[in-house]
Design a protein around this ligand. Structure first.
Ligand code: DC
Length: 256
């Protein structure tokens, strides 16, 4: 397990029995939500605890965006987009317990988190052919593993039959502060108002695009993380996953 903070270790100890039961199941867990709502941290912690494969689908949209920026792909021309997509191979590698995004053999984990990519990614993610290309890859990367995938359309489009669906939210102020702290800790020189504006723009594009807009699936459980620390977030999510997976099992038992 990679370096989990004390609060998370405490949650693991309290829920040890349930965690063992969950580990023995084959589950698809879909986690959707706005940028900086805490969904990626939650997905990473859960995958580390449950030893499930974690796929950060946002990283895949970021990798495509980086490729488009580097190669000056003309996104107004469908042919240029299709040609570029043919050249893109995205993978994930585990390095010292951390997942790294690999674009055509190059570790681009740092580059895909840059402000330039963050400012362009929502526009690229609104292109239908890009979504089709990545949804196919997301399903095939999952194979028949137990998987935790986080993004915007996982419970609605990628895995509409997921065993457990979480919709993670947090207030705009909390999300702005989290994103600002994350960027500052990485040495990025940025003001809090620039971060707030970037989040607003991305929320707007992500929720209003025509193809697979961000929305809560009808059967998703909402988890507001505004006032939760990392340990509380993990323990609430584990309880929900446990209860939901038991319900699913009951439904299957009843139909046999
Ligand atoms: O989670 P993130 O901030 O790294 O995601 C980057 C962008 O990718 C985000 O603006 C919306 C888009 N995205 C998407 O449209 N569908 C997904 N499943 C994941 C991300």
């Amino acid at each position: 397990m990679y370096g989990l903070p004390q609060g998370v270790s405490l949650a693991i100890n309290l829920l040890a029995g349930k965690i063992e039961q969950l580990k023995s199941k084959s589950l698809i867990i879909a986690i959707d939500g706005h940028s900086s709502s805490g969904k990626s941290t939650l997905a990473k912690d859960l995958s580390s605890i449950l030893q499930f494969l974690h796929i950060d689908s946002g990283a895949m949209y970021r990798a495509v965006t980086l490729y488009f920026l580097r190669n000056q792909v003309n996104v107004t021309k469908q042919e240029a987009i299709d040609c570029a997509l043919c050249e893109i191979v995205i993978d994930f590698e585990q390095i010292e317990g951390h997942s790294r995004t690999i674009l055509n053999g190059e570790d681009v984990e740092k580059q895909i988190r840059s402000m330039e990519v963050s400012q362009t990614v929502s526009d690229v993610a609104a292109i239908s052919s890009v979504r089709k290309f990545l949804v196919m890859q997301q399903r095939s990367l999952s194979g028949d593993h137990s998987v935790i995938m986080d993004g915007r359309d996982i419970g609605t489009v990628v895995f509409p039959d997921a065993d457990v669906k979480l919709f993670v939210t947090a207030s705009h102020e909390v999300r702005t502060q989290r994103r600002f702290d994350e960027l500052v800790s990485k040495g990025v020189d940025i003001s809090i108002s620039e971060v707030a504006q970037n989040l607003k723009n991305r929320d707007h594009i992500d929720s209003t695009r025509e193809d697979s807009p961000l929305k809560r699936a009808n059967d998703a459980i909402e988890l507001d993380t505004s006032h939760l620390n990392r340990g509380q977030m993990v323990s609430k999510a584990l309880q929900i996953i446990f209860e939901r997976s038991e319900q699913t099992k009951e439904q299957i038992d009843n139909t046999i």
